[in-house]
Design a protein around this ligand. Structure first.
Ligand code: IPM
Ligand code: MG
Length: 368
């Protein structure tokens, strides 16, 4: 039997630093749990642009298509702000999502007990929070045509198109219903059916899928603006939320911050099953490249480490080992190890990125 394969794409900014810590975790699983992965590495984003003049080469795209899972750090940075849109670092990420057809983006927002004080919301509003946002990731206004900046008379007009087909909606709805079935049996779908036809269709299709296949799940619908408000008012009313690409981008940032720090939140982007039965998959932290703190050892590696935990769960069928890794991160937090994003002013010396990673390894050791 060959080992499962992972392609690591550290990317830009804090991506390489946090990925170094994930590499330690991967090595630990090989050494201590007999879970050996064939790990390869390549460039994406600004790092790929610097070397090849493109944020993702065709060779890297082919590799990503051929492995069992991709782990991505982060892309982007101010050095690339003036690049043409077609070669910006973000295009590398979007190409991976689109060509691998990773239509279901799972963004859990979980509030760790040790961090409940860090939320900008009152502790009792967020303590114990555990919700899952399922964001459609390959369509909608991110990819719809026509798009561009055009000349109309004597002024320019910027155009993007929100477009969803029934099958694009139904497949992500199914992913969300399946998750709801494994969790608390509740799904809330968010769109703007009050102003957008694509939202009207979204709601219809979610209802059709519900009636035909998931009538055991309690389904509800919200306009996305109300959803944003409800997320900050009373986030624990939700279990699984399903929404489109753009609303999902925004709502998942809101949900992430409820938990205290973007530095804690992982994500999984899943597509259809491959020949070996595993889903096409890419795992990445929800946070960005954070250029302001890059290279200073200040970045929190937990979101990226927890993204690997999601890989264990969703790609490699290692739910118990994923639990082990999540518990290790929880223990580290409970022990008070904190990168700067997890500290209020004046509460001790922060841990570096490397120290945080080492603490997770130590907690894994102590779990044996
Ligand atoms: C995210 C990010 C990306 C997005 C950017 C980096 C293109 O914000 O994954 O949420 O908008 O999807
Ligand atoms: Mg985003």
């Amino acid at each position: 039997m060959t080992n499962p394969s992972i392609l690591i794409l550290p990317g830009d900014g804090i991506g390489p630093e946090v990925m170094d810590e994930v590499r330690k975790v991967i090595t630990w699983y090989g050494d201590k749990r007999g879970l050996t992965f064939d790990v390869s590495e390549d460039l994406v984003g600004g790092a790929a642009y610097d070397k090849h003049g493109t944020p993702l080469t065709d060779e890297t795209m082919d590799k990503a298509q051929s492995v069992d899972a991709v782990l991505l750090g982060a892309v982007g940075g101010p050095a690339y702000d003036d690049l043409d849109f077609s070669i910006k670092p973000e295009r590398g990420l979007l190409r991976l999502r689109k060509e691998m057809d990773l239509y279901a983006n799972l963004r859990p927002a979980q509030c760790f007990d040790a961090l409940a004080d860090f939320s900008s919301l009152k502790k009792d509003v967020v303590a114990g929070l555990d919700i899952m946002i399922v964001r459609e990731l390959t369509s909608g206004v991110y990819f719809g045509e026509p798009r561009g900046i055009f000349k109309e008379g004597n002024e320019r007009v910027g155009v993007n198109t929100q477009r969803y087909t029934e099958s694009e909606i139904s497949r992500v709805a199914r992913s969300a219903f399946e998750l709801a079935r494994k969790r608390n049996g509740k799904l809330c779908s968010m769109e703007k059916a009050n102003v957008m036809e694509s939202g009207v269709l979204w709601r219809d299709v979610v209802n059709e899928v519900h009636a035909a296949e998931y009538s055991d799940i309690e389904v509800s619908h919200m306009y996305a603006d109300n959803g944003a408000m409800q997320l900050v008012r009373d986030p624990k009313q939700f279990d699984v939320i399903v929404t489109d690409n753009l609303f999902g981008d925004m709502l998942s940032d809101v949900a992430a911050m409820l938990t205290g720090s973007l530095g804690m939140l992982p994500s999984a982007s899943l597509g259809a099953p491959m020949e070996n039965g595993r889903p096409k998959a890419m795992y990445e932290p929800v946070h960005g490249s954070a250029p302001d703190i890059a290279g200073q050892g200040k970045a929190n590696p937990c979101a990226c480490i927890l993204s690997f935990a999601m890989a264990l769960r969703y790609s490699f069928d290692q739910g118990a080992e994923a639990d082990r890794l999540e518990a290790a991160v929880e223990k580290v937090l409970a022990d008070g190890v904190r990168t700067p994003d997890l500290m209020q002013s004046n509460d001790g010396t922060p841990a570096t990125t490397i120290e945080m990673g080492d603490a997770v390894i130590a907690a894994l050791e102590s779990s044996l």
